[in-house]
Design a protein around this ligand. Structure first.
Ligand code: GLU
Length: 376
């Protein structure tokens, strides 16, 4: 069953916690980083795209600064992250070079992803990096993020990145085997739970609080991250990051760690959100050919089939898509603003760059962000 579910995986977000990346007593574990990079390069060779969400900056920085303080203040942590982040990237870059793999750093705050424009910009940057064959390495932008603009922990960040990148698997690598029925450190009867069909209160209770003082996330934040990605229709695997071969074992569907199944209505929720929650900010008119392609083939909306635009809207807003008779056929999130659409309407996607001087992508509305009216 795992194998079947995971066969479809083409893009995975891998989250690695500080405990997996550091040696006992602090400092980066270069052997672990090398092994993880070898395994991620292996996935890329199989045609699976990888986005890494990595912690470890604060731990690496704290070690480099030789700080004697056992507990750091928030500014001290931010300073440690600023010192540690380049060390972390250097370690990834060095380990990836052997595979001809280039790494790219993206630092985000929660505020960035809450803003629709920045969300879309981060998405298109990620797409461009993956297309170029690079390994995006994402972390929270700790030096600017304080409480109200923070993700709080990288487990939460990894769930949001899963939705941002429209990945089809979230793999969280941590310092224990997976989710246990009780805390394995204190309860000898605790058992590993291999499969979670639905994240109930009972499951959340089992996850308890944080068990480690190196990273900020405990089991509870991992289960919350799994719950979030389940809502997007994406499975999560929680697996032991120090175990050699863990990445390929998990992605190929071997019984390792805990698999959280996606919610069955995951996709519908998003479609409902687009169709019902968002207020359309304008109209995009399309010709009969585009209407057929959208309705019968489920394609994205390209500029070539657009005959006109009504209303003024920014990129990222929800728009009505109307056929030649004026009736609404679909709703979706526009990747271009109304004034940009005016300029590219009726033209081939290949001409966008020439017409605007830049391009976000080929589609005006990507099919993942498009809901047919008759399907809801
Ligand atoms: N962003 C922090 C770091 O790189 C870690 C946050 C977390 O562990 O969740 O050290």
């Amino acid at each position: 069953m795992r194998r079947e579910l995971l066969q479809q995986v083409r893009r995975v977000v891998i989250k690695v916690g500080s405990r997996v990346l550091t040696v006992e007593g602090g400092g980066l574990d270069y052997d672990a980083i090398t092994r993880l990079c070898d395994e991620m390069a292996g996935l890329r060779q199989q045609g699976i795209e990888v986005i890494l969400v990595s912690s470890g900056a604060v731990a690496a920085g704290r070690d480099a600064l030789r700080s004697a303080d056992t507990t750091l203040t928030i500014p001290q942590k931010q300073a440690a992250a600023a010192v540690g982040q380049p060390l972390l990237m250097q370690a990834y870059q060095q380990a990836c070079t052997r595979h001809g793999l280039v790494t790219a750093q993206i630092l985000l705050t929660a505020e960035d992803l809450a803003n629709r424009n920045r969300f879309l910009n981060a998405r298109t940057t990620l797409e461009a990096l993956l297309t170029a064959g690079a390994l995006p390495v994402i972390n929270e932008n700790d030096s600017v993020a304080v409480a109200e603009i923070k993700f709080g922990d990288n487990d939460n960040l990894s769930a949001l990145v899963t939705s941002l990148a429209e990945a089809d698997l979230l793999l969280i690598l941590t310092d224990i085997e997976g989710l246990y029925s009780a805390n394995p450190a204190s309860d000898p009867a605790a058992e590993l739970i291999p499969l979670v069909r639905s994240i109930t209160r009972e499951i959340e209770r089992m996850a308890g609080g944080s068990g480690s003082n190196v990273g900020t996330g405990g089991m509870a934040t991992k289960v919350t991250a799994a719950k979030k990605s389940a809502r997007f229709g994406v499975p999560t695997i929680l697996a032991p990051g120090k175990q050699p071969g863990v990445i390929s074992a998990a992605v190929s569907g071997q019984e390792i760690g805990t698999l959280f199944l996606p919610a069955t209505d995951g996709l519908n929720r998003r479609k409902h959100w687009i169709a019902y929650t968002l207020r359309p900010a304008g109209k995009v008119l399309v010709d009969a050919g585009a209407q057929r392609a959208l309705v019968e083939k489920g394609t994205s909306l390209l500029p070539s089939g657009i005959t006109g635009v009504e209303g003024r809207f920014e990129r990222g807003r929800c728009v009505r898509i109307c056929g030649p008779d004026g009736a609404e056929i679909a709703r979706g999130l526009a990747d271009y603003s109304s004034s940009e659409i005016q300029l590219i309407a009726g033209h081939k996607s290949a001409e966008i760059e020439q017409l605007l001087g830049y391009r976000y992508g080929d589609d005006v509305v990507h099919r993942d962000n498009l809901v047919l009216i008759n399907s809801i």
